[in-house]
Design a protein around this ligand. Structure first.
Ligand code: SF4
Ligand code: SF4
Length: 284
């Protein structure tokens, strides 16, 4: 089962849920993958031992000028404007290229070959029996999605896979949650939390992914998030109060279930609800 943990905005406690859920489930049953390749931070709480680091790249085009007829077909097919033909010269803008291969496939003169451009690394390791994977995007590299795809190739399908998604609702989040069996949306009961929750719900509805909500800092703010979830028939899976102990353990990089094991049943209950709602969504 693949469970992604997402939120419409950063700082809602998404990583806290991902890490503590992983630590609460029985050892050997769960894998944690941090897909927030621009700012991975699950490792700060899990302190995994990394045993493999793999450089990841995308194929970018290069032009064999002896074959090129300057027909501009490559520039026409590139959706990302990463190729231009100016004064019979083909210019490739690597930083815009998504490595889709369309230009080389469609070049009538077979004048395009590809070279690998590194965009980041994938790290594999484990922490206290939990297999762990994350991706680290190179500084200044704008293409998070190809690296997220590489990170997701490490999914172990025989396990409960927890994907810690990037914040927001843009392409990297869609790339992460795509293919999930269920998505937990983490939010806060504020006007900003509600606004970003609505955007995230809209994204999941388009993707057809079953979802539920965890409300963090549930004892502050107003009740609009509850009203919204009720009106949309979205289950509220867990409420976490604003708690000094949670904040202190977070600031020390210690997962709350490690600091205080009495939280474990709450995370196990969260998982049980996810399973139930996922199963009921499959029966519809
Ligand atoms: S499609 Fe091929 S032949 Fe045409 S301009 Fe591009 S590289 Fe040159
Ligand atoms: S590989 Fe795709 S994105 Fe890159 S230049 Fe070619 S068509 Fe454009």
């Amino acid at each position: 089962m693949i469970i992604s943990i997402a939120s419409g905005k950063g700082g809602t406690g998404k990583t806290t849920i991902a890490v503590n859920l992983a630590l609460s489930l029985p050892k050997g049953t769960v894998q944690l993958i941090d897909c927030d390749v621009e700012e991975p931070n699950s490792h700060l709480f899990l302190s995994p031992t990394i045993h493999q680091v793999t450089s990841m790249g995308i194929p970018v085009p290069r032009i064999d000028e002896t074959r090129c007829s300057s027909c501009s077909r490559c520039a026409q097919v590139c959706e990302y404007h990463a190729i231009a033909v100016i004064l019979k010269t083909v210019l490739v803008f690597d930083e815009l290229c998504h490595g889709c291969g369309a230009c080389s496939y469609l070049c009538p003169e077979k004048a395009i070959f590809e070279v690998e451009k590194e965009i980041g690394i994938v790290q594999e390791g484990s922490s206290d029996g939990i297999p762990f994977v994350n991706g680290v995007l190179n500084v200044g590299e704008p293409m998070a999605s190809p690296l997220i795809r590489k990170v997701k190739e490490k999914i172990q399908r025989d396990k409960i896979v927890i994907l810690d998604a990037p914040p927001g609702t843009a392409c990297p989040v869609i790339e992460t949650v795509k293919g999930s069996d269920f998505c937990i949306l983490v939010t806060e009961p504020t006007i900003f939390g509600l606004n970003d929750l609505e955007l995230a719900v809209g994204m999941l509805e388009k993707l057809g992914i079953p979802k539920g909500v965890v409300i963090n800092k549930a004892n502050v703010g107003d009740r609009e998030v509850w009203d919204y979830c009720q009106s949309k028939h979205i289950p509220i899976l867990m409420e976490i109060p604003m708690d000094r102990q949670i904040a202190e353990s977070y600031s020390k990089g210690i997962p709350i279930v490690v600091e205080n094991s009495s939280y474990i049943p709450q995370f196990l209950s969260l998982f049980k609800k996810v399973e139930e709602f996922y199963e009921s969504s499959q029966r519809k």
